[in-house]
Design a binder for this molecule. Sequence first.
Ligand SMILES: C[S@@+](CC[C@H](N)C(=O)[O-])C[C@H]1O[C@@H](n2cnc3c(N)ncnc32)[C@H](O)[C@@H]1O
Length: 308
Amino acid sequence: MPINADTLRRRSAAEMDAAARGFGEAVWLRDAFLRVPREHFAPARVWWPSPREDGLYSLIDRGERPKAWLKAVYSTGAPLITQMDDGLIPPAGPAKGAFTSSISYSGVIIELLRHLAPEPGERVLELGTGTGYTTALLATRTGQGTVVSIEVDPSIAERARQNLNRLGLDPLVITGDGEEGHPASGPFDRIIATASVRTIPRAWLEQLRPGGVLLAPLDSPFGCDLLVRLTGTGPGTAQGRFVAQLHFMRFRGQREPRPYAELGWPDSVEVDRWQELRVEAGPRGQQIIDPTQQRSTARTARAESPLQ
Ligand SMILES: C[S@@+](CC[C@H](N)C(=O)[O-])C[C@H]1O[C@@H](n2cnc3c(N)ncnc32)[C@H](O)[C@@H]1O
């Protein structure tokens, strides 16, 4: 069988049918995955995310190695790095730097969207547009005029806009700080972040409608991010649980580490009990609650502000 994008996309879908963290019962997600050409969103030059022996990351150039590039695009388990050091390193050859943008790997996007479970016609806010690939999957599900996506890097945002428009998809791609959300377009039925936060921005909670779902990778003391799935419980408040372990790039404004006690985490939690933790977030900050321990009194720094 010739190796082309359609073949590879169907092969990836078959992998995701069999994966424990794949499509599951979400038939709509499989359909969307098969309808959106992932190769259309990947830049012509990307870095492979595992370092070579010399510590540099190899560049895969579609012009020079079209088959290797296409296979990399359809790897279900490896993101392709599209930016290092906020764009200071040009994609001109092997390089080393902090990963600051990517086309997320299909396995993780499928997991996120399965947990998000958007319905046709729902209003969606996405934070961290990147290439626009996840945005396209969302818009394919929820329909015209439903998706707003925010990307902090102007050139990445512009490329995503063009990628989406060329496929006839109409999400509103805003260049700006995703931590602020987009109040003018809210409230939203679904909010999804594809970069991780240490603390859930208050604007997201305020723009989530009661009963809506907010999904975001949250930094944890366990050496990974935990995907938190919150349901809106009232104006500016939400609660829920962690549903998966994963790793994401951090939102630009939340790169600096902060003590976990300041971020609402209990003093000590055993790593293998992460699924038992409950999460509450609201105007007074976020709290991660271990039901077997006393309720944590730690609050986010914002919660301690006298203005709250
Ligand atoms: C992992 S990438 C998202 C990849 C995307 N899901 C895809 O598959 O193309 C994370 C993105 O978040 C963006 N980002 C980081 N901080 C941000 C912020 N404060 N507001 C909006 N976007 C931000 C980065 O520039 C990067 O493009």
